[in-house]
Design a protein around this ligand. Structure first.
Ligand code: IMP
Length: 194
């Protein structure tokens, strides 16, 4: 089965290709000749993931999946959510985003949060959504130097280290993205593998 991952990140494509195995022909956006920026104008993770996958399916006639992720903080009614990448502004700077979040949470006792990933798959037969999440809390200050984004201030439930203090393998055991990917891969393998 041929399926496109709506990303330009060769690392993500290689990683996903290895998980899916040889019965899938996995392509990225460049492989199908898609050089334009995909639309991402919806107000939810579900909406954005679906919008990107549907765009590729409609314009390139290939089954496609796309992901969208965000950090949702309970005391801030789910902020930054879909705005996670540019929470503190257009510069999309992780330090600025974390500083703003810590500032907004200062004095608030509830520091519960979750990371959530949605993967939308659009095929000729219809649309499927796969969700992965990880519960945790926002730390009082940044800890660790690994990872990216909000990793230094997020500590998953049951752990005493932030995502930025974990190895990539450890993070992948519990991460929202890994959990959503597993659901997608299980579905594709059950549906298309022989
Ligand atoms: P994307 O949809 O995977 O590009 O994620 C959007 C934004 O959410 C990123 O730019 C980060 O700010 C944040 N984010 C998503 N996943 C993670 C994660 O695993 N660690 C830290 N930040 C994340």
């Amino acid at each position: 089965m041929k399926v496109c991952f709506a990303t330009n990140n060769p690392h993500k494509i290689k990683e996903m290709g290895a998980i899916l195995g040889p019965s899938f022909l996995l392509t990225g956006l460049a492989d199908i000749g898609c050089a334009e920026e995909l639309p991402e104008t919806q107000s939810t993770l579900e909406g954005n993931a679906l919008q990107k996958a549907q765009y590729v399916f409609d314009h390139y006639q290939v089954a496609c999946f796309a992901d969208d992720s965000g950090l949702e903080v309970e005391a801030l009614n789910g902020e930054p959510g879909v705005d996670s990448a540019h929470y503190a502004g257009k510069q999309r700077n992780a330090e600025d985003n974390m500083n703003l979040l810590l500032q907004k949470l200062s004095g608030l006792p509830n520091r519960k949060a979750q990371f959530r990933t949605i993967i939308a798959l659009v095929e000729p037969t219809g649309v499927m959504l796969f969700e992965g999440s990880v519960q945790g809390e926002i730390l009082m200050e940044k800890r660790g130097i690994g990872g990216f984004g909000y990793d230094p201030i997020f500590q998953p439930e049951g752990y005493t280290r932030s995502f930025a203090e974990m190895s990539m393998e450890e993070k992948n055991e519990v991460s929202h993205r890994a959990r959503a990917v597993k659901k997608l891969v299980d579905y594709l393998q059950q549906t298309y593998s022989r």
